[in-house]
Structures are given as C-alpha cells and as structure tokens.
Design a protein around this ligand. Sequence first.
Ligand code: UGA
Length: 447
Amino acid sequence: MRRDSDTVSFVGLGYVGLCTATVMASKGIRIIGVDVDERRIEQLRKGLPPFHEPQLQSMLKAALRKKRMEFTTDASQVVDADSIFITVGTPSNRDGSIDLTYVKKATQDVGSAIAASPSYHLVVVKSTVTPGTTADVVRPVLEASSEKNCGPDLGLCSNPEFLAEGSAIKGTLSPDKIVIGSIDAKSGGTLSKLYRRIYQKIKVPTILTNPTTAETIKYASNAFLATRVSTINTIANICQRVPNADVETVAKAIGLDPRIGPLYLKAGPGYGGSCFHKDLQALISFSRSRNYEPILLTAVEEANQRQATEIVNLSKRLLGSLDNRRIAVLGLAFKKDTDDMREAASLRVIDELLKNGARVSAYDPMALENARRILGDKVELMPNAISCLKGADCCIVMTEWDEFRKLKPSDYKLSMNAPNIVDARRITKRDDFDGFNYLAVGLGTSS
Ligand code: UGA
C-alpha cells in the first residue's frame, strides 16, 4: 500500500479499533489494521468480524471490496500511515487497577515501526486509560522506542471513544462529540483535520484539551452513566416496597426536568458490559492511589452488585424457597442486540439462583454460544424461549430483547409449571398478566 496522508493505522482490532476503522474506511480513508491474533486477522480479511455489531459486517465487506482495508499481524506496517491509533484493550489487574501491558507493548511496536521514518507521525491513544497515562507512560515509551522526541516530528494525542455496543457504527457515523487531548498544537491540529475530513457533512462539537483532561472525560462519562443506573435502581427498590409506586412513572416525570433529562433512567437488574465495572474499578483504584476515597463510586458499584440479589428476592417472594425449583431465565446478554455477556447481570442472578439450590434453564437469542463457554453445564441452555419456559416454576426476564416483548401471556401459561413472572427489565405490563403471580423491578405490589 502506498504511503498516503489519508492512510490511518489501528493497533488493536477489538470493538473500538475495528468499528472506528471501518467507519473511517467508509469515508474514503485507507486503513491498515494490526492485531496480534492471527485467526482474527484471517477472518477479517474475509470480511468476518469477531463479534456481532449491526452494520459492521456489510461495511467491512464493502471496504474490503474497495481495497480500503488491509489487515496484518505485522506492526511495522503502521509506518505507512500518518496517524496511528492505539486501540488495544485495557483489562483490570486483580485489585481493579488498570493493566497497561498491552498499551505499553503497542506503543513500543509503534515507536520501533516509525524509528527510521523521516516523516511526521501522529500517535493517538484511543484505548481507555487512566488520567496521566498518555503523558507519563505512553510518551516516554514512544520516545524511547522511536528515538524521537514528541514535538515537531512526532505528535501525540489522547482521543477517547464513547461508543455503546449495538449502536457503535451509528455512533461513530454521527458522534455527539469528539474529545482531543493533544501534547501540542500540531498534534491537535493534525487530528482535528483528520476528523474534519471524516465528518465533512456534519458539525461535531469538538473539545480540544490536554491529554490528561481528555482521559478524565472518558472516566467521568462512564462514572456518571453508571451512577444514573444505580440511582434509578435504588429508587426502583424503594418503589418495590411501597404499594402502588411505579419507578417507570417516576423516571418519566423526573426525566422532564431539563437538569435530569429522560435518557438512561431505565431500572433493571444492574449494569453489565465490558466497560462500566472495569472503568469504575480503575477510577476507584486510581483515586485511592492519589489518597482520595471516592465513596460515591464504591457505592454505585456496590448497589449494582446487590441489584442481582434484589431480582432473586423477587422470585423468592413468589416461590418461597428456591431449592430444587426450576427457574427460566429469559435473556443472558448484558443488553439487547448483542451476544456480549461480559459482566452481564444475568451471570450474577444465575449465580445466586444456583446458590439457593434452584435449577436454571436459560435462553438468549444471540448469546447462547458465549453462554455455553461461560456457564458450561451449570444451567440448561435451551434453543428458544418456549422450551426454556417448559416446566418452569418461575420465569425471570433478564434482557430486554424485542423477541421477549412479543411473547404472549398464554405462551408463558401453556409452557410453565406455575404462572410466576419476575420482569427485571419492565418489558411487560402487569395488566396483561391477569391470573399470574407477577412482580417487576420498581413496581410496588397493588394494594
Ligand atoms: C457504555 C457507554 O454507554 C458508552 O458511552 C461507552 O463508550 C462504553 O460503555 C465504553 O466505555 O466502552 P455499553 O457498555 O456498550 O456502553 O452499554 P450501555 O448501553 O451504556 O449499557 C450498559 C449497561 O447499563 C447495560 O447492562 C444496560 O442494560 C444498563 N442500563 C443502561 C440500564 O440498566 N439502564 C439504563 O437506563 C441504561
């Protein structure tokens, strides 16, 4: 591939790297994608993404047809691009702190790749990293491995992402903001120019700041969102204990206050996914390393953990002891439209059901393969909702899949051993379930 100012490299082709790269390719940018996983690279060359994301596969295939994307395990090839994005994972250490091993390795590979290059290169840290990482960890590793100093010949920016699974492509095509934390004006200007090229037709608010503030924005965003979820779940748990109170109406009303806003106020079984728990733990650990105990954030996490117990307690209210009772769990993914089960609330609920001696059958429209890997034979995985419900003493609706919204009360009644329903996602209406023992998160029992 010829060297070109409209070529961008990505090191790390996970969720963020692949979705961002594919959208850039759709805007005419040439992409060199690097990953250490050979099998992943082989699959990507065939146009097969390693995870499910709406629109991704078709856009990937279109980009490959136009020869706009190349995939390789050879990191030295990043030198063909002016802008090089680091999009590797940042997992947790055992104590919750951030593990920067992959970020350091990727930085070193990039530095070695550009060491002999006479051109200006901009390195962009898109991985989620704790405040100060770009300046204090990435910069020294990059300078040592490239034998260049950051400045006129070598640019460096932090550029966090805010994609949510299931809407990553849509979100990348029209982001609500771009955050650029640059070490100098040239770095910031180069990245701004690249984004102007990508978003020619739309105006995206852009925050220009330093790398450390940019990194903090990412954690603040996830901390705030997680706090909203734990707050509405706390209100839901209170509603459950008050006859006739309903968290749905509470959320609708408070959402009309412009200081609160309507989004992200859905009570449920607790947040899951690869980011919130990991990022909150990293932020908590980071704060402690700075001698600050972030009690609000630890409470948000604790409330989230306990939310699973709240859901299991609803089933206990219907059944009494769960010992040897058969519970049907509808939905395993951490939210709808994904096969991702990382940190899913379903896992915490299933764990607690099993501890209480229940027998669990489970079904998910997309996550069965991941469930088999994670849960093994601890639960009976069923091929569809009806077989999952068969013979169950109670059903817990765990994920808000559209498929489950379409189930009729008769589907439950005809299949189940007893008509006991716990709706942990509020996708059903109590009034439709006449003749059932029905409980839902945040819904006080009618008196
Ligand atoms: C989240 C953020 O929304 C993204 O902005 C961020 O970029 C991303 O993490 C990340 O750091 O990579 P994601 O994990 O894909 O995105 O999922 P969300 O749609 O935010 O949902 C997270 C969890 O909160 C889910 O389990 C969801 O069911 C739950 N949730 C969300 C609620 O229980 N109630 C709500 O009102 C909203």
